[in-house]
Each structure stands twice: as C-alpha cells, then as structure tokens.
Design a protein around this ligand. Structure first.
Ligand code: ZN
Length: 158
C-alpha cells in the first residue's frame, strides 16, 4: 500500500467516512483505488454497495434518477448501463457491405431489391458501358432522374 501525503489521506478518510464510494473518492482525490480500499478496510467501513437510498452509484452517478431494477429485482445504474452499451456498440460496429450478387443481377437486368448504395454501384457499372440514362433506369428499375442523380454524385466524388 502506497503512503498518501497527509493532506490527501485526511481527505480520503473524510470522504470515506461521509459514505462515498471508492470510485467517487478516487475521482475527487486522485488516489489509487486499491489504496482507497486499504483505507476503507483500516477504517472498518463496509464495501460500498449502492442501494436505492444511496446518494450515487459506485461511479458517482446521482441516485435516485439513475436507479433501475432488473426483472430479478437487482439494482443497477442507468447511466452506467448506457456507457456499457455505447462501449459495446463502439467495439462491435461493422458497416453493412453491399450485396455483390444483387449488383451483378441488376447490371444483367434482373434487379432484386437494392439498397441505395447497391443501386448506385449498379448504375456506375452500366455507366461504364456508356448506356443512356433511360436504358440504365429500365435495367435497374428506377427512374431516369435517379440515374442522373447517381451520375452527378459519382462525378462529384471523383
Ligand atoms: Zn453509474
């Protein structure tokens, strides 16, 4: 256990005695959490458990506006759940890939349902053959206006 300077130690002990969680004390004083835990044990204070009447969750999100219950009855913090959800989505995000077969079929004149991205890919391939917009529109089953728009978007992107 690392020794804290006297001022910080007194601050940590005061915050722990006031009923704050290790996280909250860490946030306010900058002391390491394992050090704070040692001080908690030395003071004989129980491990911080968030209850419905606590001032905050372990991470300092204010209660009761962040209190929620699992169907089984357990307590959890809405703000923490939102953070975990964001982290999960940030690390699992995968952009949708265009369906190459659908594009090929559209180019061959047998379009399935196309996403906008797939449609403009098919239009780009047909454009390479220098077909008129009306013919392309018929093949991809969209309006000529859609073809013109896709063309100008592609020209702008180059
Ligand atoms: Zn929380």
């Amino acid at each position: 256990m690392s020794r804290l300077p006297d001022g910080v130690r007194r601050e940590v002990e005061a915050l722990l005695c006031a009923g704050h969680s290790d996280w909250e004390v860490h946030r306010r004083t900058g002391a390491a959490r394992r050090t704070i835990r040692c001080y908690r044990m030395r003071l004989g204070l129980p491990v911080y458990m968030a209850a419905e009447d606590s001032p905050a969750c372990r991470h300092g999100h204010p209660f009761p506006e962040n209190v929620a219950r699992y169907p089984s009855g357990g307590l959890y913090c809405l703000a923490c759940a939102e953070i975990r959800k964001r982290e999960y989505h940030a690390s699992n995000y995968e952009p949708v890939q265009p369906d190459e077969v659908a594009i090929e079929r559209a180019v061959a004149g047998d379009p399935a349902r196309l996403t906008p991205r797939e449609r403009s890919a098919a239009i780009a391939q047909l454009d390479a053959w220098q077909l008129p917009a009306s013919v392309i529109a018929e093949r991809v089953r969209c309006s000529p206006r859609t073809v013109h728009r896709a063309r100008s978007r592609q020209r702008a992107a180059v």
